[in-house]
Design a protein around this ligand. Structure first.
Ligand SMILES: [Zn+2]
Length: 101
């Protein structure tokens, strides 16, 4: 998928950093420099879709020239709202996430 003109691939796999931290589980990661979004394999599909939106928002903010902070609670609130509008399914169909072992 293209985000702000940059190619991204979306994978479903276990990745470094996806572990408990202060009782919070990270369900996704975005790597701006390599153009990769990683989703946690054990999450349910709806959670993966919402995580995809969340990481896409991070990528958009990173590629914009704004110096805005990546406020996690704000990003999650927007991701949740967009998920309710069906944006998760929409992005999923574009990104076609691939399972990696
Ligand atoms: Zn985040």
């Amino acid at each position: 998928m293209k985000i702000c003109g940059h190619d991204y691939k979306v994978t479903i796999e276990f990745a470094d950093g996806m572990k408990r931290e202060d009782d919070k589980m990270w369900f996704g990661q975005v790597r701006i420099s390599t153009g990769v979004i990683i989703l946690w394999p054990k999450a349910k599909r709806n959670v993966q879709e919402e995580s995809l939106i969340h990481e896409v928002i991070h990528a958009i903010l990173s590629h914009s020239n704004s110096k805005c902070e990546h406020d996690e609670s704000m990003i999650q609130a927007i991701a949740g709202g967009l998920y309710q509008l069906g944006v998760g399914r929409f992005l999923w169909n574009i990104a076609k996430p691939k399972k990696v072992k």
